[in-house]
Design a protein around this ligand. Structure first.
Ligand SMILES: Nc1ncnc2c1ncn2[C@@H]1O[C@H](COP(=O)(O)OP(=O)(O)OP(=O)(O)O)[C@@H](O)[C@H]1O
Ligand SMILES: [Mg+2]
Length: 411
């Protein structure tokens, strides 16, 4: 793309090319464990598909990543910076330690009581420190980012200004001030943009397409109407709409066009990561392919990294490099796409695969749908499951017996 403003992205070295790291993420709504201990990483330039049936926690995962919730526990790291940090697990650890102490102290000798109390105090102090750090990170992740951006802007403009003629100086210093203001207004999280599930509900009916697309730029501090218009037209062109569309309102568009507006609104921020939440589920099959192709083009053009959410595997199959399968708030299987289709191990993944219609009429006739019944499939009464790596990059939620079984059937 054209020369980017320095204030848009700061290049940082990514460790192992990991752009996003979701680490033991939990998001509970009262008793509902919408997302329960989910971990995965997304590498720069990759498309990570996330699939699972309605209500399994896909949207909640996406919304948690962009800080729409104060997550219950776990962490999200973006470019190595912890942007989300929940405190639930630390608080629970304190509770557990206290309960264990109260239990043990009942039968302990005086000496032992003292030792137990010291141990408890140590644990509580450690966890409290973690809580403080989490609260700090959750609140201050932008500070560090703004400092980096400001430094980058200074580094660019100060030598330019030093070498400029009096006339150039006037123009340059105005530009410099503008860039500095934008840098100071920046939020690390605007580098992640979400395309929302419902193209109708996610657009403000009272805002024109121009204002909708420009909103993020304006919030970031862009004030020059010429710059804004240029960007809006560029985005419209990019998503296959025309300049005349800019002055219209969302209700004047079809579903597919609205989704394109949603894409333009996300892309205009030049994000490093786009979370596309079922971007095509609400659309006709013919339009679905168009929007997918559009996302694919944008991926090539900008080197976008994508978290692509869908409820069935057929949509993500050709588009994703790796796929994570969610069931009831948990990630139950994760593997490179080809591997997942070749070696589906978790019974839920197998049931999702069995739901994909086959193009060949003979095999389609023989296709049997497998239904997933967790109670009949697993005996987790004694040996609890965990997310285990069966072969490099292929993870399955399973207990020891299942692990052994999966190892033996692997192709
Ligand atoms: N704000 C909220 N308050 C309470 N419960 C919620 C909230 N948001 C989601 N939930 C619940 O969390 C669970 C996961 O919802 P989520 O929207 O993440 O599912 P999903 O996988 O995106 O489903 P779909 O495919 O239908 O979009 C559901 O049981 C839902 O009812
Ligand atoms: Mg959803």
């Amino acid at each position: 793309m054209d020369n980017q403003n320095v204030s848009q992205n700061v290049d940082v070295e990514l460790k192992d090319n990991v752009l996003l790291k979701v680490d033991h993420l939990c998001q509970y709504f009262g008793p509902t464990k919408a997302v329960d201990d989910v971990s995965f990483e997304i590498h720069k330039g990759e498309v990570f598909g996330m699939v699972g049936e309605s209500g399994c926690g896909k949207t909640t995962t996406g919304r948690s990543i962009i800080k729409l919730y104060d997550i219950t526990s776990g962490s999200v790291y973006f470019k190595g910076v912890r942007v989300c940090a929940g405190t639930g697990s630390y608080k629970q650890a304190i509770k557990d330690a206290k309960a264990a102490y109260n239990e043990k102290v009942k039968t302990a000798s005086e000496d032992e009581k003292k030792r137990l109390k010291e141990e408890l105090d140590r644990t509580v102090a450690e966890q409290k420190k973690l809580i403080k750090e989490a609260q700090y990170d959750q609140k201050n992740c932008d500070k560090e980012y703004v400092e980096k951006l400001t430094a980058a802007v200074k580094e660019k403009y100060e030598p330019l200004l030093a070498g400029a003629s009096a006339e150039e100086k006037k123009k340059l210093s105005a530009e410099y001030r503008n860039e500095l203001r934008k840098a100071k207004n920046s939020k690390v999280i605007t580098q992640i943009q979400m395309i929302f599930q419902d193209p109708i509900a996610s657009l403000d009916p009272r805002m024109t397409v121009r204002d909708t697309i420009a909103e993020g730029l304006v919030i970031r501090g862009e004030r020059d109407p010429k710059v804004i218009n240029e960007k809006v037209y560029e985005m419209l062109d990019l998503v296959g709409l025309v300049p005349e569309h800019a002055s219209r309102y969302p209700h004047e568009f079809s579903g597919g066009q609205r989704q394109r507006i949603g894409v333009a609104r996300a892309i205009v921020m030049r994000p490093d990561l786009v979370i596309a939440d079922e971007p095509v589920s609400a659309l006709d099959v013919s339009i679905q392919a168009q929007v997918i192709n559009l996302l694919n083009d944008l991926r090539d053009k900008f080197g976008l990294t994508l978290l692509f959410i869908a409820h069935d595997l057929s949509v993500v199959k050709y588009f994703s490099d790796r796929i994570g399968v969610m069931y009831f708030g948990k990630m139950v299987e994760m593997a490179p796409s080809d591997e997942l289709f070749l070696n589906p191990l978790h019974p839920y993944t197998r049931s999702l695969l069995s739901a994909i219609p086959l193009p060949d009429p003979i095999s389609e006739k023989q296709r049997k749908r497998i239904t997933y019944n967790p109670l009949a499939e697993h005996d987790y009464s004694v040996d609890k499951p965990s997310f285990r790596e069966i072969k490099p990059g292929h993870f399955v939620m399973c207990n020891e017996a299942e692990y052994q079984k999966y190892m033996s059937v692997l192709k």
